[in-house]
Design a protein around this ligand. Sequence first.
Ligand code: IFM
Length: 748
Amino acid sequence: MHTLGNHLNFEQTTLIKTQYDLKHAINDGSLFLMGNGYLGMRGTFMEAKKADYAGIIVTDTWDNADGKWEELSTVMNGLFADLKIDGRSIFERPWTDFKRTLDLTTGITTRDVTIQLDDVNVNIKEEKFASMDDHHVIGMRVSITADGPVDLALIQGIDADVWSLNGTHLKEVSFDSNDLGLYSQARLSSAQDIIAVATQCNVHEIGKQPLSITSKTHISLHPDTPYAWEQIMVVTSSHETKDPTLWVQKKLEDLAPYDSLKTASIKAWKEKWVPFDVRIKGDDTDDFALKFNTYHALIATPTHKPLPIGARGLSAQSYQGAAFWDQEIYNMPMYLYAQPDVAKNLLLYRYHTLDGAREKAKKHGYEGAFYAWISGKTGKELCPDFFFKDVLSGRPIRNHFNLWQIHISFDVGFAVLRYVKQHQDEAFMRDYGLEMLIEISRFLASRVAFIPHRDRYEIIRVQGPDEYHENVDNNAFTNYQAHYVLKETLQALDEYTPKNPAILPRDDELELWQSIDAKLYLPKVNEAGLLEQFDGYFDLESIVPAHKVTERLIDPEEYYGYPNGITVFTQCLKQADTVQLFSVHPELFDEEVQRTNYHYYEPRTLHFSSLSPTTHALVAARLGLVDEAYKHMKKALFIDLLNTNEAVSGGTFIGGMHTANNGASWAVVAEGFAGVAYDDGLVMNPHLPNAWESITLPLYINGALRTFEITHKTIERTDESSGPIAIRIQGTPHTLNSGEKITYTHSS
Ligand code: IFM
């Protein structure tokens, strides 16, 4: 067994914890999450309730219960079970020999615990999984044994007393039962949507409670009569079927036995892992931590329908279960290289939310598509105007994330272009992509300002990814990203004919776009080789290292950013926008410029965004700054495992899995250390950390999955598929057939 820290260990592909403390329940519930992109069942135990942060979060259930936060709902828990001894829950008794596990390859979690009674010990073994084969199903098997006689009351049922972050979503909860199982239906509080849950378990006696339906079984446990039960829950909503209750009833009728469901899920997981199964040789901990992050990225990603990846996936309702730019910039690369169908599905989600983006643009006086900063099902803006508080005055702060982080639209356009170029999906471009690009360019054209005395277009009053500096002009990341999308859109208009010609820009629009393409201000590198993050950034107070700025806090809970937080009039950054720019557009600046800027901005960066470590690791690795890259990669790999980031910011709960970081960890290995890129063909410029011997990397290329074994000196193709692969290594073109190996030398 290997130690990770925080009482966490691992053995091969299994995460293990041998200590239980309610204080860690929020975090543990996320770490041991089970899921399948449709639902996430928090890693809590059978007897857990609201106070233990029990929750099953189902995608496509957005609802606003408190009038402020529209978020995904937690649904009724059909896997509730408790064992009472003399009327007291096992939760209230001393536990010994506690061990919980999560097998990343099968998604199965277990708990093994002994409950100490006066003269008897009762051992409980609990096993659970969210089916990867049938997304509506979660199964649990529990077995109990005792070393002496004891009478137990087993209570099983559907519990609506679940954790919900911002208000109670489940209204008009009703319960029912028949010979097959227990049923519950609820209406979401603001939406008219219906949630239905059914549970199959051993029903002996039915007793109703206001918030749950339970069945009670008396068990006389003896050392030679172990007892076990299986409980299987199914769930759906009115987004999927007209009559959810009927649907779950039917589902119970046809339900396969527990073992068959489990076998099918294990098989589906095995297939799921094939394209994502990156191996790191040389450091077992890094290898495990990468797998852990990939597991969480996978279970956060809906694949059954075009729906968004939430910033905390399906691990908690924080960040509203909604998509940010994280989806296109941090989660997308893994899918672009390993399973492009999933990347396409995510882009289709953005296509289906075009109307929401159009509405947002119109509302604020612009044209085209201004994508929501926080985007749920329809793409309407979910980001409230007020969410941080000035802790010194108690007054709310108006942050402008929803209005000024306009880079979101260009990030979506950038992802469309990446996908189409890398996978030559012309049909996608004709049917969907072009329309998105046109609407994004329209938005840009209505958002830029022409400054006559400088004879150029500028993008003023924005907020870059570095959220501590709001209301800035000509943010380098935003301007370059906008320009790239516009330039490529103009080119795409020459190359592709859209399915629907009515979407094409008018001639006067085209003329304006060409003028913006020619005259959009793109900040240039100064004499010192530096690119200014935004106009006037270099005039701000320089504090190095950035952490020194925290000495100025009056209250530890103070918000650091706009309008007058401690970083605002300084060069201290939440994350560095120029480094961010290099991460998506390495082709725009030579390596020396990137290195100079990296060394300037990194010491000024607080890395208080969970997105920051992977961005820095990726850029540093590409630049051959291997130790620096590895330092940031280590941080990224352990953000969740070691619970390093704050769960509350400015009074708002932001805990749960850091899904962008989970997905981007894969990207750092592939695009950073293995140096993979797509530039009219596959490119590889590896820079492996000293601690690693090799990376085994499956990549989806030319319509099939190929595998590469990359060491400090060689790249070998290890898959058995036929046909050569063209690959540029350190600038030299090669072709690699299965079993062939190339020796390379470092360019830097
Ligand atoms: O999208 C990010 C943002 O850049 C920083 N705050 C958290 C968001 C969700 O991860």
